[in-house]
Design a protein around this ligand. Structure first.
Ligand code: MN
Length: 252
């Protein structure tokens, strides 16, 4: 089985190297990853410039393909054969930082798995829920275990799995929770500065997001030291809202 391994933190990230190493026990791995950090790239498709793919030696001496596109470009290129045969599975990560609730719409890590689902291939996104502690061992081990199961059992078409692993010692992890997306609360602030010419420029800064730890959600699972797996689909339709909107009786 051929597994495409990618991420959004860039091809030099330790999380990618740990993930690739763990997955090499599951199947034949090929790395196609962005040549720099693309965190919060979302599901982007590069359409207005050419894409370059370069075979490189990774930090652990392994071979990979560095691409100057986004994480989802890396997957799209892999599906189109840039690095050989089409993969049977895409695993993205291990991201430095959680991807919970509404984060999934910003995340390049998750977008890579979405691109896989778009191509009819199962995708798994794996994130370590920390902002400072980068021990990827447990997340890598679990990713390999889940990848094995997905290859054995398959998942429904157009579905991807969003996995978050708590950043705690292995013996503290309380188990695996299959979850739904929770509600993130963002605390963005506009940071204004002046350039040398006296013009304003901005950062979207602020504090780390929090979230509502409602039971059964990914946010709850991580807050309670479970590994969370959220099955996600590409269909974002709000079915309940269809009838309400129809009830408005909109017309020209
Ligand atoms: Mn990232």
């Amino acid at each position: 089985m051929r597994i495409l391994v990618t991420n959004d933190d860039g091809i030099d990230s330790e999380g990618l190297i740990a993930l690739r190493k763990a997955l090499s026990g599951v199947g034949e791995t090929v790395v196609i990853a962005p040549n720099h950090n693309w965190s919060a790239a979302g599901h982007t498709k590069t359409m207005h410039k050419p894409l370059r793919v370069t075979k490189v030696a990774m930090r652990d001496g392994g071979e990979g393909y560095a691409c100057d596109g986004t994480p989802s470009d890396c997957v799209a290129m892999g599906m189109l054969g840039v690095a050989g045969e089409r993969p049977s599975l895409v695993v993205s990560g291990i991201n430095k930082g959680a991807n919970l609730g509404g984060d999934v719409t910003y995340s390049g890590t998750v977008a890579a798995a979405m691109e896989s689902a778009v191509n009819g291939v199962p995708g798994i996104a794996v994130s370590l829920a920390s902002y400072h502690d980068w021990d990827f061992a447990l997340a890598a081990e679990f990713a390999a275990r889940l990848a094995t199961r997905v290859l054995e059992k398959g998942i429904a078409p157009d579905v991807l799995l969003n996995v978050n692993v708590p950043s705690v010692a292995r013996e503290r992890v309380r188990g695996i929770a299959v979850t739904r997306l929770g509600k993130r609360i963002y605390r963005d602030k506009l940071i204004e500065r002046q350039d040398p010419f006296g013009r304003s420029y901005y950062w979207i800064g602020g504090d780390e997001p929090t979230g509502r730890a409602e039971e059964g959600t990914d946010i709850w699972a991580i807050a309670n030291e479970f590994i969370s797996i959220t099955p996600m689909q590409m269909d974002l339709t709000d079915y309940a809202e269809i009838d309400r909107l129809k009830g408005w009786g909109l017309s020209l």
